[in-house]
Write a protein that binds this ligand. Structure first.
Ligand code: HEM
Length: 312
């Protein structure tokens, strides 16, 4: 598509946009209010709104959101790349919130709640992986038209992505340190780096349920990369002796391994799409590009659940 300049339709006049990050004042309505509204409108959608906005715009500050596509080039494919980048950031935000809550529910031994949340986490990861369907339509020539404008920006610097990796237990001091100079981002990243991950809490939960998890796995330096452990392998093997829906530990194991599987597919699709678009050129973030991505693609968050597979 690179032969012609894109038309970027103007959908909002920037002067009218309220740029505050504060939530905009909004009312609240009830079933009764809605029933009354239907009587007033005769069932047709309301078209009169007070002020200079409407409640749909205000609920999510949508005029502001739609003012944040700052394309740097005249390359046709840049809008697609930009929008998908923003969508993915939001999806990482949504996924992260769910993972933090799954971890919290496990801490409180509410395994049924944690399982319900993990089903949504997997759905998020599947959805994020499908974003490569759209991104994969970017051609090498199309990417070349805007690549230089990325300067040294790279998804590797996404703090939202890093939060997801950290709560899932993939701790990396170098990648954490990349955010040290950002005072409004660093405290949360650093806290995530030093906190137990979802899997660390799963192991503590297994311990509380009577499984023989080694002490060294229950209280350690959480910022250290997770290393596969024999006592954890044995605990999962024990869990898999009762592979029934009534066994919450079995259901947890299956939920985790399915999440890991979905995440691997996400990483793999990133790697393959990037290979197709830039071949083996270096990445914008200073890495060797595809070669580096290939290495991170093999990472598993819950290694023992994979290692025991041939014994099942
Ligand atoms: C379609 C064009 C894309 C290309 C060619 C591409 C290329 C790359 C490359 C080469 C790397 C290695 C690090 C470096 O930059 O040196 C990387 C990492 C990364 N990219 Fe992309 N990328 C693309 C789209 C995206 C999008 C839209 C996102 C979503 C926000 C994204 C998220 C990431 C993340 C999170 C990493 C770090 C992976 C990790 O730490 O495991 N990429 N990408």
């Amino acid at each position: 598509m690179p032969d012609f300049k894109p038309i970027i339709p103007r959908v909002v006049e920037p002067e009218g946009v309220v740029c505050s990050i504060e939530p905009r004042p909004m009312g609240k309505s009830s079933d009764e209010d809605r029933a009354r509204a239907v009587e007033e409108t005769g069932g047709a959608p309301r078209i009169e709104h007070e002020g200079r906005s409407n409640p749909y715009i205000d609920y999510q500050s949508l005029d502001l959101m739609h003012s944040l596509q700052h394309l740097r080039s005249e390359g046709y494919d840049e809008m697609c790349f930009y929008i998908m980048g923003q969508c993915k950031e939001l999806l990482f935000r949504g996924l992260h919130m769910e993972l933090v809550n799954a971890r919290e529910q496990l801490r409180q031994d509410n395994v049924a709640n944690a399982l319900q949340i993990l089903a949504r986490c997997k759905a998020y990861v599947d959805y994020i992986a499908n974003s490569w369907n759209v991104l994969g339509t970017i051609t090498s020539e199309g990417f070349n038209q805007f690549r230089d404008y990325l300067s040294t920006a790279s998804g590797q610097l996404s703090y939202m992505y890093r939060h997801v990796e950290f709560v899932l237990g993939n701790k990396d001091a170098r990648l954490a340190a990349a955010h040290r100079n950002v005072p409004h981002v660093w405290p949360a990243i650093n806290e995530a780096f030093e906190s137990p991950s979802l899997y660390d809490e799963v192991l503590r939960y297994l311990h509380r349920r009577g499984y023989g998890i080694d002490r060294s796995m229950l209280d350690r330096d959480w910022s250290e990369p997770y290393a596969s452990d024999e006592s954890v392998r044995q605990a999962w093997l024990e869990v898999y002796r009762t592979p029934t829906a009534e066994n919450p530990e079995y259901r947890m194991a299956e939920a985790l391994v399915s999440l890991d599987e979905a995440y691997s597919i996400y990483r793999w699709r990133h790697f393959v799409t990037v290979h197709k678009i830039i071949g083996f050129k270096p990445g914008t973030g200073g890495s060797a590009g595809v070669g580096w991505l290939q290495n991170v693609t093999s990472h598993k968050f819950f290694p023992e659940l994979w290692e025991i597979r041939d014994a099942l």
